[in-house]
Design a protein around this ligand. Structure first.
Ligand SMILES: [Zn+2]
Length: 349
């Protein structure tokens, strides 16, 4: 439902031409694009994490469109330089991938290389080390494989029907958003671990299949087109963590990549980087730890004034639910995010 409303407002902005009228005022100087998975579409009806993946074709079309618009595709270091030196003669875009999924290397990398497009991959170090928990995928796997599940929510045992795709979706949303609201991340992991064990889902091979290991990361990192950025160690919800834990996650995630790859890591993406879980405390810690840039998932394009908020940068999500050239045009015009942000340009509070 929510995505239907968003799609309708995108379409209205596009058809009315409002995005063209608003563009000169809200397109800013550039943008950082956020992606997760890039892989051929699956045809299962139940894909609650569909928003997190786009097809190789859509990525390819988007890059061609950016090139046709004469927009520079630049590395995070080059973005940093342009913002710092206030060099805005040409519009620019950074392409970023979160989580270090193997499909980035298999499907996205050849396309980006073909376009000579630099890009960044933000790696939570527990994923290549296989200590990490992809709990949202564990939950999806349990629900996909069962006609009903029994869960204890707020002390009450409930049986959730999940026979049809729409029941599965409803069960997923119920459990997912209840889990997101829990006070600590340890509780989320304990719940999903118990659920996975009870329904016979072993997440280890799933993580093996989905995530790059260190050798694969090393391979792409050797290409000058590629920047490896930090994404904490355990892909934590920083807003639920103590200051001490948040600081150590932000530091360990960088230290492990530097030790493993022998490179300097200057850039960070906050996991779950929305306003609910990432704010001024995290912006300050990232800056104190010496990160040169840090990206959120707050929607927005870049303005010159972002040079004073380098650890609170917004991004444009290329969402799997909206894979059409017109959505990219509306996003890049800054019109959609201007509406979303109440026409504020910088939102770093
Ligand atoms: Zn992530």
């Amino acid at each position: 439902m929510k995505s239907a409303i968003i799609r309708a407002s995108f379409d209205t902005l596009y058809r009315s031409g409002a995005h063209v009228l608003l563009r000169p005022f809200f397109e800013g100087v550039g943008a950082i694009v956020m992606l997760h998975h890039v892989r051929p579409p699956r045809h299962d009806e139940f894909q609650p994490n569909r928003g997190l993946e786009v097809s190789p074709e859509f990525l390819s079309e988007t890059l061609s469109w950016l090139r046709a618009q004469d927009i520079d595709i630049v590395s995070l270091d080059e973005m940093l330089r342009r913002l710092t030196e206030r060099e805005f003669a040409r519009r620019f875009v950074c392409i970023t991938f979160d989580d270090g999924y193997r499909d980035n290397k298999l499907f996205a990398y050849p396309i980006l290389k073909g376009h000579r497009a630099p890009f960044a991959v933000y790696v939570p170090t527990s994923f290549p080390e296989r200590r990490g928990k992809l709990w949202w995928i564990a939950l999806e796997t349990v629900i996909a494989g069962n006609d009903s599940i029994v869960v204890t929510i707020d002390g009450t045992e409930r049986r959730l029907a999940c026979t049809t795709a729409s029941q599965k979706r409803e069960a997923y949303d119920t459990v997912y958003w209840w889990l997101r609201g829990l006070a600590t991340e340890a509780e989320i992991h304990a719940f999903v671990d118990e659920l996975s064990a009870r329904y016979g889902v072993d997440m280890r091979p799933v993580a093996d299949e989905l995530c790059m290991d260190w050798n694969e990361i090393r391979e792409i990192a050797a290409d000058p087109l590629v920047t490896i950025g930090a994404h904490t160690d355990n892909h934590v919800m920083l807003g639920k963590a103590t200051e001490e834990t948040a600081r150590s996650e932000l530091k360990t995630g960088r230290d492990l990549i530097e030790a493993e790859l022998g490179i300097e890591v200057r850039h960070l993406a906050y996991p779950y980087g929305g306003r609910d879980l990432v704010g001024p405390r995290e912006f300050r810690i990232a800056s104190e730890l010496g990160y040169k840039t840090a990206v959120t998932t707050r929607p927005g394009v870049l303005f010159a004034a972002h040079d004073r908020h380098m650890t609170a940068l917004p991004r444009l999500s290329l969402n799997g639910e909206y894979q059409a050239a017109r959505y990219v045009k509306v996003l890049m015009s800054g019109a959609a995010t201007a509406l979303f942000n109440g026409f504020r340009r910088v939102d770093a509070a």
